[in-house]
Design a binder for this molecule. Structure first.
Ligand code: SAM
Length: 225
C-alpha cells in the first residue's frame, strides 16, 4: 500500500511536468492535501456503513468519482479499500490517460476510467442509478454537483460531497435541487485537517431521479436547479 502511494506520487510529479494535473507538487503537501484529504472519507465511514447497511472495508460496493481529475478522491480510496469497484469519470482525455497509467503501474484491479461529461454518462443505463457511492471533490457547487452525481446513485445509496467551511451555505442553495433529484441530506461530518475545516456531506438517495435529469451537458452549470 505504501509503495502504491509512493508510485502514485512519482507519476503525479512526472506527468505534471508536461500537463496540468495539480498545483501541489511538493511530496509532503501532496500526501496531506491530496492523499490524506481524499482518505478523510474514513471520518464518515461509520455513518455511511449504517446508511448503506454494508461494510466498506469488505463489501464489493460500486463507487464512482465524478470529475476525478488526477484521481482524487477515488484512487487513494481504492488503494486503501481494494474491494471497492471503482469508476473514474472525467471530461478531460489527458487526465484519463494519466489515470490509465496509474492503474497499470500500481497494479490496481476492479477499477475503470470513463472519458466524458457526467451529464452524458448519467443517462446511460450502464451507469445510471447503479452505484452504492458517488463521490466528488472540488468539481462544482452543491446545487450543480447534485445534478451531476445523484443520477448515478441507486436508491438507498449515497452521494458524498467533499466540501470546506462554506458547506452550510451550499446546502441551503442546493435544497431544491436535492429534493427534485431524489436526494436527502443524511449527515454532515465536520473535522479539521491540518488546520483547515473539511466537511463531508452525506446525501442519501431516497427516490429515483426523474428521467429528464441530468439536463443536457452544460445546462446544470448555466442554470442550476
Ligand atoms: N476531483 C479532483 C480533485 O479534487 O483534485 C479534480 C478537481 S478539478 C478542479 C475538477 C475536475 O472535474 C476536472 O478534471 C474537470 O475536467 C472535471 N469536470 C468538471 N465538470 C465535469 C463534468 N460535467 N463531467 C465530468 N467531469 C467534469
Amino acid at each position: 500500500m505504501e509503495e502504491q502511494f509512493e508510485r502514485y506520487y512519482e507519476l503525479l510529479k512526472e506527468w505534471n511536468s508536461f500537463m496540468n494535473l495539480t498545483a501541489i507538487t511538493e511530496r509532503e503537501e501532496v500526501y496531506k492535501k491530496h492523499f490524506l484529504d481524499s482518505l478523510s472519507f474514513v471520518c464518515a465511514k461509520e455513518q455511511m456503513e449504517k446508511i448503506l447497511s454494508a461494510d466498506i472495508s469488505k463489501d464489493e460496493l460500486r463507487l464512482i468519482d465524478v470529475g476525478t481529475g488526477a484521481g482524487f478522491p477515488a484512487v487513494p480510496l481504492k488503494i486503501v479499500f481494494p474491494h471497492l469497484q471503482v469508476t473514474l469519470l472525467d471530461a478531460l482525455q489527458k487526465r484519463i490517460d494519466f489515470l490509465n497509467e496509474v492503474i497499470r503501474s500500481l497494479g490496481l484491479e476492479g477499477i475503470e476510467t470513463v472519458h466524458g461529461r457526467a451529464e452524458d454518462f448519467a443517462s446511460n443505463e450502464v451507469y445510471r442509478e447503479t452505484y452504492d457511492l458517488c463521490v466528488s471533490r472540488a468539481v462544482a457547487g452543491l446545487n450543480v454537483l447534485s445534478e451531476y452525481d445523484l443520477p448515478f446513485v441507486k436508491v438507498g445509496g449515497l452521494f458524498v460531497s467533499y466540501k470546506s467551511e462554506k458547506s452550510e451555505e451550499e446546502l441551503k442553495t442546493a435544497e431544491k435541487a436535492l429534493h427534485i433529484l431524489g436526494g436527502e441530506v443524511s449527515d454532515r461530518v465536520s473535522f479539521s485537517l491540518y488546520g483547515a475545516q473539511r466537511d463531508l456531506i452525506l446525501i442519501k438517495k431516497v427516490e429515483n431521479t426523474p428521467k429528464k435529469y441530468p439536463r443536457k451537458a452544460g445546462t446544470p452549470n448555466k442554470k442550476p436547479l
